[in-house]
Design a protein around this ligand. Structure first.
Ligand SMILES: [Zn+2]
Length: 422
C-alpha cells in the first residue's frame, strides 16, 4: 500500500516541458503565440502528442479538435476522471495560461506510471480547443461544444478576421474526421490553472481552492447622433454623441464600486468614423460586469440598464442603446471536489485559501454537466495574457501535486482501491 502523500510529481520534468512548449510559436520576452487552430497551435499539440505517445497513451479527438489522452483504469465500466486545460494562447501570450493545466496533467499520468499505480477509473487528459477566443469567438469553444453549450454547426461557421472559418481549419488539420463531440463521457473534471490575478501572491498562498466563478454580463453600448463637419456646424445644431459618453463611463464605474467583489470594465471605446475634424456619428463601447453572487450581478445589471435609460432621457437628440452580447451565470463548483483540493493542499502543507475565479475557464462549461472544480496557483504580479506571465517552478509543482492527489482520490473512489502493480 502506498501512502498518497508519498507520491509526488517530477518538478524538473514538468518545468522542462513547460519551457519546451513555449518554444513553439515563440515571441520575444519568453512569450508564446499559438492562436487556436493555427499551425503554431497544431505544432504545439503535435509536440504534446509525441510526449503522450512515448508513454504509450492512446489519443482520440473530436470534430472540434478537442484531444482526449486516455490512461486506462482497472474497471472497464468506470467513466473517466478528466483533467486538462488548453494549449492555445493569446496573440502575446505567456508560457503558463492553460499550458500548465495540460502539462501538469501529463505529469500526473507519468507519475502514476513511474510509481506503477493503477487507478480504478481511467483518467482522460483533455486539451480543449480554442479556450482563448482570441482568433475565433466565443472563447471556451471546444469545451462549449463538448458540453452542448455551443452547437457544432454554428461554431464551424465562425470565421476569423481573415475570413477563415473554424470548419476550414479543423478540416485542414484532419479534425473533421474526429468523433462526434461528447462521444467521450466523463465522470468528473478538475483543471489546474494559474490564477491570472494577484490575490494568491498578495496573500502568500501556494494553492487557490477555487469555489466557482464570477457571473459575467457583456453589453455593447451605442450612442448614435449625426456625423458632421467639426467647423461650420454650431454646437447647438449638432447631434454629437460624445458628450453622452461621460455619464455612461461614470455610471459603469459607479456600479463597479458596489462592493469589494464587484467588477466593471469598459474595454473598448470607439468613435465613428474616428477622424479629428469630424463630429462622430456614433460612439460604441463595451461594458463587462462581473460578480461572484448572481443576485448582486442582477442588481448591477438593473442599475446599469436603468442608468442607460436615464442617460437616453437626458439626451433626446441621440439614440442610446445597450445590447446584451453575452452572459454567463455564476458558477458553483462541486463541494466534494472543492474539499478534495482543500484537503490535498493541507496534507502537503501548502498554504491555501478559497478563491473565486475572475476569468472564464473551460471548467465553467464542464461544471454545467459533471462535478467539476479547479486548482489555482499564483502568477507573478497577477499578470497573464502577456508574454511576461510567470509562475514559480515550486508553485507549478505544488499545483501539479494537488492535481495528482485529486486524480488518486477521484479516479480510485477510495484509497483502499489504490493498487500497486506487483
Ligand atoms: Zn487559460
Amino acid at each position: 500500500m502506498v501512502k498518497m502523500t508519498k507520491i509526488s510529481i517530477n518538478p524538473e520534468r514538468l518545468w522542462s516541458r513547460l519551457m519546451d512548449m513555449s518554444e513553439i510559436g515563440e515571441i520575444p520576452n519568453n512569450g508564446s503565440r499559438r492562436l487556436a487552430l493555427s499551425q503554431d497551435d497544431v505544432d504545439g499539440r503535435e509536440l504534446f502528442l509525441a510526449w503522450c505517445e512515448s508513454r504509450g497513451y492512446r489519443a482520440m479527438f473530436d470534430k472540434i479538435g478537442n484531444l482526449f489522452i486516455r490512461r486506462d483504469g482497472t474497471d472497464p465500466d468506470a467513466l473517466p476522471l478528466a483533467i486538462g486545460s488548453h494549449l492555445d494562447t493569446q496573440p502575446n501570450g505567456g508560457r503558463f495560461d492553460g499550458i500548465l493545466g495540460v502539462l501538469a496533467g501529463l505529469e500526473v499520468l507519468e507519475t502514476l506510471d513511474d510509481f506503477k499505480i493503477k487507478t480504478r477509473a481511467p483518467i482522460d487528459l483533455v486539451v480543449w480547443t480554442n479556450e482563448e477566443g482570441a482568433r475565433f469567438q466565443p472563447a471556451m469553444m471546444g469545451s462549449g461544444v463538448y458540453c452542448g453549450v455551443l452547437d457544432l454547426p454554428s461554431v464551424l461557421a465562425t470565421t476569423d478576421d481573415q475570413g477563415i472559418s473554424v470548419a476550414e481549419e479543423t478540416a485542414s488539420h484532419g479534425y473533421d474526421k474526429g468523433c462526434p463531440p461528447g462521444f467521450q463521457q466523463i465522470e468528473r473534471y478538475v483543471e489546474l490553472h494559474i490564477e491570472q490575478g494577484p490575490i494568491l501572491e498578495m496573500e502568500e498562498k501556494a494553492i487557490g481552492v477555487v469555489t466557482g466563478g464570477q457571473g459575467i454580463r457583456w453589453y455593447d453600448v451605442t450612442l448614435t447622433g449625426e456625423e458632421t463637419h467639426a467647423g461650420p456646424v454650431p454646437m447647438r445644431s449638432r447631434r454629437d454623441p460624445v458628450p453622452a459618453l461621460a455619464p455612461v463611463v461614470e455610471l459603469v464605474y459607479r456600479i463597479g464600486q458596489k462592493d469589494e467583489n464587484a467588477r466593471a470594465t469598459i474595454g473598448k471605446i470607439e468613435t465613428r468614423p474616428g477622424s479629428i475634424n469630424v463630429v462622430p456619428g456614433q460612439v460604441c463601447l463595451s461594458v463587462d460586469l462581473r460578480h461572484p453572487r448572481e443576485a448582486d450581478l442582477v442588481a448591477m445589471q438593473e442599475a446599469f440598464l436603468n442608468g442607460i435609460c436615464n442617460i437616453a432621457d437626458a439626451h433626446p437628440k441621440l439614440e442610446v442603446k445597450a445590447k446584451c452580447r453575452w452572459h454567463s451565470s455564476v458558477v458553483q463548483f462541486d463541494p466534494e471536489m472543492v474539499s478534495g483540493v482543500r484537503e490535498a493542499a493541507k496534507q502537503r502543507n501548502f498554504p491555501s485559501m478559497e478563491i473565486v475565479s475572475g476569468a472564464g475557464h473551460d471548467a465553467f462549461n464542464l461544471a454545467q454537466v459533471v462535478p467539476t472544480t479547479m486548482i489555482f496557483v499564483p502568477c507573478r504580479d497577477g499578470i497573464s495574457h502577456n508574454e511576461l506571465e510567470f509562475t514559480k517552478p515550486e508553485h507549478a509543482a505544488a499545483g501539479a501535486n494537488v492535481l495528482l492527489d485529486m486524480a488518486l482520490r477521484f479516479a480510485n473512489a477510495n484509497q483502499d482501491a489504490l493498487q500497486l502493480q506487483e
